[in-house]
Ligand binder design. Structure first.
Ligand code: ASP
Ligand code: MG
Length: 409
């Protein structure tokens, strides 16, 4: 007998029929003799609808009222799934974040979990119940409802799995696993049996929507045995795991290609090249809660240099307001911005043991005459900023160049 956490996302909760389908997957685990804790998302589109209402009433992303409003979608889902299980004569109990006691900090809209109380869950499991937890929500030290950031039910599931020491945490979604690339862009992309934690963190941060990045970090920290599976198609799914010592890394170089079209770039031209300037610029930007991704600085000419960086596209307007003020203070020559860019990345733990990944990547892009505007690298990833109109083409040719097609998979 094992202890399993199953998480169902918005599409899996999308209608009465789909909730019944999810219930059948819960029952299947239960029939195998396992204890099951379920974490649910709001029905597809519901969180957006609720957020829209809050915004229309003047609510901001970080108001406690907004969190109270947008957390309610998960409440409904947990009730519906619990009813679906009871209809099939299984004893279930729906629990909200505060009833489990999932404690978080007070950053409304993006709260971090500080503790998950496992006593209540264990007690109910002992009574033979299936526990159905509303994902995405917690409670702060003042007793107010918080939410964990968009996609946060994944993090609820992983945090619960860690707290109750579950044998497995299955994230059910509308795709049957993690792919070598977005199949909508790259037709011969295929499902990976295994993705390593380091890779999954890169993939999530590079725009793969399959798992919230925080949930992957959490799972990695606590060693949660994590799978991504489909609610609608039976299959093995993808296991997210640690890289073992015994694994043969010789064959792997790149395991996936990611394409992120959510960024924009800003260049500040002709700023003085002296200590403290970058610190000044980026501290102003970070105070505004804007996350900067890539940064490059040109070599200085006659004591002046250009600084280029990328931010999320939704933050471009705010970032430009800040850089406009800075440009005046620093006597900069001009500000140029571009939101028609894409970041194309190749990812793979095998890159650590291979030479030439970067040169292959650059060569492939050059052959198609695709200009590289910015480059950033880590041990297991190389990203290039290119013109957005080449994003899909670049994804396809790189997928090919690193032999990620179905035939080779
Ligand atoms: N319902 C929330 C959202 O749409 C949380 C989740 O689905 O994980 O972001
Ligand atoms: Mg999700």
């Amino acid at each position: 007998m094992a202890l399993i956490v199953q998480k169902f996302g918005g599409t899996s909760m999308g209608s009465i029929e789909k909730i019944k389908q999810a219930a059948s997957l819960v029952i299947k685990e239960k029939r195998l003799g396992n204890d099951v804790v379920v974490v649910v998302s709001a029905m597809n589109g519901e969180t957006n609808r609720l957020l829209d209402l809050a915004v229309k009433m003047g609510g901001h992303q970080d108001n406690m009222e907004t969190d109270l409003i947008i957390s309610s979608g998960e409440q409904i889902s947990s009730g519906l799934l619990s009813l679906a299980l009871k209809n099939e004569s299984y004893d279930a109990v729906p629990l909200l974040g505060h009833q489990v006691r999932i404690t978080t900090d007070e950053s409304y809209g993006k709260a971090r979990i500080s503790r998950v109380d496992s006593d209540n869950i264990h007690k109910m499991l002992k009574e033979g119940k299936i526990v159905v937890i509303a994902g995405f929500q917690g409670i702060d030290s003042n007793g107010f409802i918080t939410t964990l950031g968009r996609g946060g039910s994944d993090t609820t599931a992983v945090a619960v799995a860690a707290a109750i020491k579950a044998d497995r945490c299955d994230i059910y979604t509308d795709v049957d696993g993690v792919y070598t690339a977005d199949p909508n862009i790259v037709p011969d992309a295929h499902r990976l049996d295994v993705v390593y934690f380091d890779e999954m963190i890169e993939m999530s941060s590079l725009g793969a929507k399959v798992l919230q990045i925080r949930s992957v970090e959490f799972a990695m920290k606590y060693g949660v045995n994590l799978f991504v599976k489909s609610t609608f198609v039976e299959g093995k799914g993808t296991q997210i795991k640690f890289l073992g010592d015994d694994e043969n890394m010789e064959e792997l170089q790149v395991s996936s290609v990611a394409c992120d079209k959510d960024e924009a770039k800003i260049s500040i031209r002709g700023i003085p090249d002296k200590p403290g300037i970058a610190a000044k610029i980026f501290s102003r930007i970070s105070v505004a809660n804007i996350v900067v991704d890539m940064i490059i600085q040109n070599i200085s000419v006659e004591g002046h240099t250009d600084l280029t960086f990328t931010v999320s596209r939704k933050d471009l307007k705010k970032a430009l307001e800040i850089t406009d003020i800075l440009a005046k203070e620093l006597n900069a020559k001009e500000i140029i911005s571009d939101d028609k860019i894409a970041k194309i990345s190749v990812i793979g733990v095998g890159m650590r043991n291979h030479y030439g990944t970067a040169s292959t990547m650059f060569g492939v892009l050059a052959k198609e005459n695709i200009n590289i505007m910015m480059i950033s690298t880590s041990e297991i990833k190389i990203s290039c900023v290119i013109d957005a109109k080449y994003a899909e083409l670049a994804a396809r040719i790189l997928h090919d160049a690193f032999n990620l097609g179905k035939v080779n998979g």
